[in-house]
Design a protein around this ligand. Structure first.
Ligand code: EPU
Length: 420
């Protein structure tokens, strides 16, 4: 049944909020489990829609996935029954294309259709296909269907013409079981990639250089059993820090790794947010006036595109004219239209640039959440707005944030989940 959030804005917030495991790390480790027939234990997994959808895809292939407790899973890809992905399941989640790496490397074949996911731009898969072809795959395409085959992947040099997080992860997995040495150049450097490779190395892989633009992978014949603890979600951490700043609250964000967000901290400082960083916590303090600022999204270690929508809400409350340039995705600024309906003053210059004139009083509205990150930002906007908001299509928010309403209620927010 469709659910929605009812939010009464402008309630004072205060307290502690725990960061869950990183969606974009856990998703990839589940996929990587297809590299071996040995059992893996994966813990600190966020209980979110995207994980549930991915588990459905894995189970459909024959992967045994057992939930031991909330956030704790055992996975084993021993009795795989097919290498064809069910398009009804994969349409809902874009990471399904990453499965091509381990499945092709281990079973020599995969059939899938073009993946689904967020509505944030075209999001083609050419980099995955080019990379896998460089490692010795053959490709047949018919309409929406893709069929990749190989008699055995072989290490090679692949230079990404453009940086891609999931394509980097897919090729790392493929190269892990390929014969010989692979060099990936202009690779993505996200902390989730570093975490994935550290874990694969613990299971016997030979990967060097993750976290730099050049990754070297020496193929191995198999991986061992392993235990993975999902790293804290840096996007949740940043979103909660922005929540504290935009509501002028004192919020302690715990179970996080602030070192994964250095550029956000330097931006918040310039905007005038008062906060303290610990090893595994961030304490955001009530802030007075906020200053406008120009921000450009960038691959890691730059300012993350996934925090661009929450930051726009913050800048709508800052004094002066801010500009945001979104360089990673071309369709990720359209939610600003909804912020304007709530009272913000944002002009879209082109699909990559907005100008935000602040501060603006926001007003509660009935709004529909377009995707995960725009959805959480509209929720932030509703929390600072005058009056009541109704946020529909909350399953988009549930894709990335575990039980968000319960965690916000504990901070004092007036938010309820109701059936439509
Ligand atoms: N691109 C291509 N061809 C490809 C692959 C990507 O042109 O074959 C383009 C994309 O269209 C985009 C750019 O490359 O313009 C960069 O996209 P990237 O491939 O890095 O993004 P992604 O791997 O699809 C991951 C995260 C996103 C996050 C981006 C950027 C996962 C499952 N998703 O996506 O997370 O925004 O990296 O950091 O890891 C989210 O969590 O809300 C989310 C969208």
């Amino acid at each position: 049944m469709a659910e929605k959030f009812l939010i009464k804005g402008q309630k004072p917030l205060n307290g502690e909020i725990q960061v869950k495991g990183a969606k974009n790390a856990a998703l990839k480790v589940f996929i990587a489990s297809l590299l071996t027939d040995k059992e893996w234990e994966i813990s600190n997994v966020p209980e979110i829609e995207d994980i549930s959808r991915e588990i459905e895809i894995l189970k459909d292939l024959g992967v045994k996935v057992e939930k031991e407790a909330s956030g704790d899973y055992k996975v084993q890809a021993k009795d795989i029954k097919k290498v064809e992905l069910d398009s009804n399941l994969t349409q809902k989640i874009r990471t399904s294309i990453v499965l091509a790496g381990p499945i092709l490397a281990r079973f020599g074949e995969i059939k899938l259709s073009y993946p689904g996911g967020c509505l944030i731009g075209k999001r083609p898969i050419d980099l995955f296909l080019d990379g896998l072809l460089a490692l010795g795959a053959e490709l047949k395409e018919a309409g929406d269907e893709i069929w990749l085959k190989t008699k055995g992947l072989k290490g090679n040099v692949f230079v990404f013409p453009q940086i891609s997080v999931t394509a980097t992860e897919c090729l790392i997995m493929a190269a892990t079981l390929a014969k010989g040495r692979t060099l990936l150049k202009n690779a993505a450097m996200e902390p989730e990639i570093v975490s994935l490779t550290e874990f694969l190395n613990n299971c016997g892989a030979k990967i060097k250089g993750a976290g730099t633009p050049t990754i070297e992978i020496e193929g191995v014949s198999g991986l061992t059993e392993g235990k993975y603890k999902t790293i804290p979600d840096r996007i949740e951490t940043g979103t909660f820090a922005i929540l504290g700043a935009v509501t002028g609250s004192q919020i302690k964000i715990v179970n996080c790794e602030p070192k994964h967000l250095e550029v956000l901290w330097s931006i918040l400082k310039k905007i005038g947010v008062d906060f303290e960083l610990g090893e595994d916590y961030v304490l955001v303090k009530p802030t007075g006036s906020l200053k406008a600022m120009n921000v450009v999204t960038h691959e890691y270690p730059g300012f993350p595109t996934d925090l661009q929508p929450p930051l726009a809400v913050l800048l709508s409350q800052a004094e002066g004219l801010s500009m945001i340039r979104e360089t990673v995705f071309e369709g990720r600024l359209f939610y600003t239209d909804i912020l304007n309906q709530m009272g913000a003053n944002i002009i879209m210059c082109d699909p990559h640039r907005i100008v935000v004139q602040g501060p603006s009083q926001l007003y509660g509205k009935k709004i529909v959440s377009p995707d995960i990150r725009a959805g959480i930002s509209l929720l932030l906007a509703a929390l600072i707005a005058k009056g009541e908001s109704v946020v529909e299509n909350v399953q988009q928010i549930d894709r990335g944030y575990e039980k968000i309403e319960e965690r916000l209620q504990r901070l004092g927010a007036d938010i309820k989940r109701v059936n439509s």
